[in-house]
Design a protein around this ligand. Structure first.
Ligand SMILES: Nc1nc2c(c(=O)[nH]1)N[C@H]1C(S)=C(S)[C@@H](COP(=O)(O)OP(=O)(O)OC[C@H]3O[C@@H](n4cnc5c(N)ncnc54)[C@H](O)[C@@H]3O)O[C@H]1N2
Ligand code: MOO
Length: 422
């Protein structure tokens, strides 16, 4: 049986990166940058005051007690004015008058006289002023042509702030992945508003996948529920291919039962099966295939925790690879509950997290890890991942943790190189 790392590698080798497209900055948050961004301008674009006060020349008198005539006033938004004498009233953000290069805050000056119109006419410095103080120099944040954002990052609001400051109105982003969901099982009541007949259950995998994919910014093209017949599954898969999806995620009918028709149906449709069954728990019967038209299929086992693992540890990495997002960084926590994982299988365990007095993160693996149980999953904070060779893990073992969310709160984009989850 293929290992998790080999399976993921096999799958990602078949991923075709999605094309880029222009996107207005107003719609770019959450999208993935397809091209490096270089700055078209200096930021700040002109030397300006960092404080309300008086602009002075470093060549003039800056010692405590020095007196200066005030030649005029300059506010943010005013165009640069020539300095006619030693000092110029200035507001935060205003360009420095020509020849002036230092700003003294108003509270460190004494107003000696005013004009008839109430404007300051002469001031005295209460303290010595450092030459160049309180001036933000052009290009001191970003220099023109500097490389500011790399391709392959998810655009966050902070990036929008930077791009907007640089006057960038459009960015090239990766096209949104298009995904179809197909849930199989004649036990599934397809209409959630209807009562359950004998033997029926509500479809929880479909709504879960739809919610998780939508939270990642993926376009869910369709979410179908089909019965346990190969024909209906084949029809749903073909309809998804016709709709031009990049990925089909199906649930159920992929194990050993009489009605587990997924492998044969996909082969019958001409799909190339990349692997079937992965050495992991839960979710072992997972199958991956490529359709003739290029769409990838992740056929997840129907058991809810097998679906959760298939989403977080296969679907998310595939979608990241399609969007040219780097792999996720590896995070660790101290295991508080001893584990005896089965040798040769990768274990994905639901856990709660807490921080001790020293700020160290601890993981508490929840009770028995039954793959059918949804409630502990809904109460979990993170996945604990134990590798195939973990052996007995006493309390205190440092273990890998993975966020429940597909888009972690701390993306750590600068750690890509060391960050493969496999
Ligand atoms: N003889 C064997 N039996 C099973 C094996 C095995 O190796 N040998 N593997 C077990 C494992 S592990 C899993 S996981 C399941 C996977 O089976 P299938 O992928 O064929 O999934 P189903 O039988 O269709 O469903 C399994 C389980 O999940 C429920 N389910 C299905 N779809 C949904 C849905 N949309 N929402 C909520 N719940 C769903 C379904 O009713 C079943 O209870 O096979 C084991 N058996
Ligand atoms: O793959 Mo399983 O272990 O029943 O969810």
């Amino acid at each position: 049986m293929i290992s998790y790392a080999q399976a993921l590698e096999r799958l990602c080798a078949d991923v075709r990166p999605l094309a880029g497209e222009a996107c207005p900055l107003s719609a770019a948050s959450g999208r993935v940058l397809a091209r490096d961004v270089a700055s078209p301008m200096d930021l700040p674009s002109f030397d300006h005051a960092a404080m309300d006060g008086y602009a002075l020349s470093a060549k003039g008198a800056l010692e405590a007690g020095a007196e200066h005539d005030v030649g005029g006033s300059q506010a943010a938004g005013d165009a640069t004015t020539g300095a006619h004498c030693g000092a110029w009233e200035i507001m935060t953000g205003a360009p420095l008058p020509d020849g002036l290069d230092t700003v003294v805050p108003v509270e460190r000056t004494q107003l000696l006289s005013q004009d008839d119109d109430g404007m300051p006419a002469r001031i005295r410095l209460l303290e010595p002023v450092e030459p160049g103080a309180n001036v933000r120099l052009a290009g001191s944040d970003v220099a023109r042509r500097a490389h500011v954002l790399p391709a392959g990052i998810r655009i966050e609001p902070a990036h929008v702030m930077l791009l907007a400051a640089l006057g960038i109105t459009h960015v090239e982003v990766v096209r949104t992945p298009r995904v179809a969901i197909v849930c199989t099982g004649k036990e599934l009541q397809p209409d959630p508003t209807q009562p359950l007949a004998a033997g029926q259950i509500h479809n929880s995998n479909g709504p879960y996948l739809r919610a998780a994919l939508a939270a990642m910014g993926v376009q869910v093209v369709s979410c179908e529920t089909v019965d346990d017949t190969s024909d209906n599954y084949a029809r749903a898969v073909q309809a998804a291919c016709t709709a031009g999806v990049d990925l089909i995620v199906s649930t159920g009918a992929v194990s050993m039962g009489r009605y587990d028709f997924v492998p044969e149906t996909l082969r019958g449709l001409g799909a190339e099966v990349l692997f079937h069954k992965v050495a992991m728990r839960p979710g072992k019967p997972l199958l991956a295939a490529r359709m003739r038209g290029g769409a990838l299929v992740l056929a997840l086992p129907g058991t809810p925790m097998a679906v959760a693992v298939g989403l977080r540890f296969f679907t998310v990495p595939v979608l990241r690879a399609m969007q040219r997002l780097g792999s996720e960084p590896i995070l660790h926590a101290c295991l508080d509950t001893a584990q005896q994982p089965k040798q040769g299988l990768r274990h994905f365990l639901r856990a709660t997290l807490f921080q001790d007095g020293e700020g160290r993160l601890h993981a508490v693996v929840q009770g028995p890890q039954h793959p059918f149980r949804i409630r502990p999953f809904a109460e979990a904070d993170a996945w604990v991942v134990l590798p195939e060779t973990a052996g007995d893990c006493p309390a205190g073992t440092l273990v890998q943790i993975v966020s429940m969310q597909a888009t972690p709160a701390f993306p750590l984009t600068r750690m890509h190189a060391s960050g493969a989850m496999a």
